[in-house]
Ligand binder design. Structure first.
Ligand code: FES
Ligand code: FES
Length: 197
């Protein structure tokens, strides 16, 4: 399976005007420019043709056009990890990605995590572990934490010791401070998925 890495700076721009606009309004979604593009995205295994403005960020398109509200908007600036999804097998902050640059992308959100990993029935082991270990309080950060955790677990370059997992998960902030249980959940899911290595 392809290694998964976080790309916190996976940002490019459609045009200089879009670049200026998103720099000024990082959370800008549809409607702030008449410059639109038609793109095709595969989201959780389903293909969608979408009309997006040049400055629309992927997070807003997923939530507002596809109704996938599991992915949360926290900081909207690439700092909290609440918006983490997988794009073409890489863990990314969707608030930092322009939708118009994702033509043909394969996207997985929390709604499709289990199925994308071959767990057609029920939950992904990470989801089961978060439940079993009470790894959330308000739950706002939880989807992003789970998406990063799933990517971290399948990344062979990340060791399973506590320090390595903490470092790998450090792009996801939990304002409730549930880190102890989150780490327990990641360790537990990692053990199950990697045969207790
Ligand atoms: S909302 Fe994307 S990193 Fe915070
Ligand atoms: S559980 Fe509340 S922000 Fe993480």
């Amino acid at each position: 399976m392809a290694p998964v890495t976080r790309s916190s700076t996976g940002v490019g721009f459609c045009s200089p005007s879009a670049q200026a606009e998103i720099a000024e309004h990082p959370g800008a979604a549809s409607g702030k420019t008449s410059d639109t593009r038609r793109i095709t995205l595969t989201v959780n295994g389903q293909q969608h043709e979408l009309q997006v403005t040049a400055n629309a960020v992927l997070l807003d398109v997923l939530r507002e056009q596809l109704g996938l509200f599991g992915t949360k908007k926290g900081c909207d600036h690439g700092q909290c990890g609440a918006c983490t999804i997988h794009v073409n097998g890489r863990s990314v902050n969707s608030c930092l990605m322009l939708a118009c640059l994702q033509e043909g992308a394969e996207i997985v959100t929390i709604e499709g995590l289990a199925e994308s990993a071959g767990f057609e029935q029920g939950h992904h082991p990470v989801q089961e572990a978060f439940l079993a270990h009470d790894a959330y309080q308000c739950g706002y950060c939880t989807a992003g934490q789970m998406m990063t955790a799933a990517a971290v677990i399948r990344d062979d370059s990340i060791d399973g010791d506590e320090a390595s997992l903490r470092e790998a998960m450090s792009g996801n902030i939990c304002r409730c401070g549930a880190y102890k249980n989150i780490l327990d959940a990641v360790q537990s899911a990692r053990g199950k998925m990697r045969g207790g290595q």
